[in-house]
Design a protein around this ligand. Structure first.
Ligand SMILES: CC(C)(COP(=O)(O)OP(=O)(O)OC[C@H]1O[C@@H](n2cnc3c(N)ncnc32)[C@H](O)[C@@H]1OP(=O)(O)O)[C@@H](O)C(=O)NCCC(=O)NCCS
Length: 157
């Protein structure tokens, strides 16, 4: 049985964080992955908060799922969520999203928001399972012309 643990993502505590995030994203999103520069900027942004699941492989900590948040005043936006294909349907993304919701509540956030590709059925099922509601369509939001669906979760203070 593999040892898995949930951690706050901090580049000071994991010097290879950027490389690990890029590897995971390339596996999950292929050519639609964010660039290295975009991830670098995101994980070093002062309003960034990230949670991840690591799996121990010998002395190595393999990153298998992440959820990135960005604070905008009283709102928290889910910027990224992904799970390595070999680790899906084990509730990892759900646990990371619930941890993120808990964090946003602790920080007195009023709501959480996210955009998701219209075709991302698994992700939308996950968001609904965590209490998010569909609120709007953003037409041709992505570079390839696909619509984005906007989901929101109001936080009880
Ligand atoms: C979406 C994604 C992050 C889900 O990760 P995961 O760790 O497998 O999700 P979980 O195991 O935590 O799923 C929790 C719940 O979400 C829903 N869900 C997750 N994947 C689903 C799927 N493929 N089909 C239907 N419902 C799904 C289910 O309700 C599930 O609960 P259940 O397994 O008890 O039925 C993962 O499929 C992924 O990385 N996809 C590619 C990247 C992506 O699309 N990211 C979102 C971009 S905005």
């Amino acid at each position: 049985m593999e040892e898995m643990f949930l951690q706050t993502l901090q580049s000071e505590k994991d010097s290879a964080l950027l490389v690990k995030v890029m590897e995971l994203s390339t596996i999950c999103f292929g050519s639609s992955s964010w660039s290295k520069e975009a991830f670098d900027e995101e994980i070093h942004h002062p309003d960034f908060r990230g949670f991840g699941f690591y799996c121990l492989e010998g002395d190595e900590k393999k990153l298998v799922a992440v959820c990135f948040l960005r604070r905008y005043v009283d709102e928290f936006h889910v910027m990224q969520i992904m799970t390595h294909p070999d680790y899906r349907r084990k509730n990892l993304a759900k646990r990371l999203l619930l941890e993120s919701i808990h964090y946003a509540q602790q920080q007195s956030g009023t709501k959480m928001l996210l955009e998701v590709r219209a075709s991302a059925i698994a992700a939308q099922a996950l968001y609904k399972a965590c209490g998010f509601d569909f609120i709007a369509v953003r037409s041709s939001y992505y570079n390839d012309g696909e619509d984005a669906f906007l989901y929101q979760l109001m936080l009880d203070l």
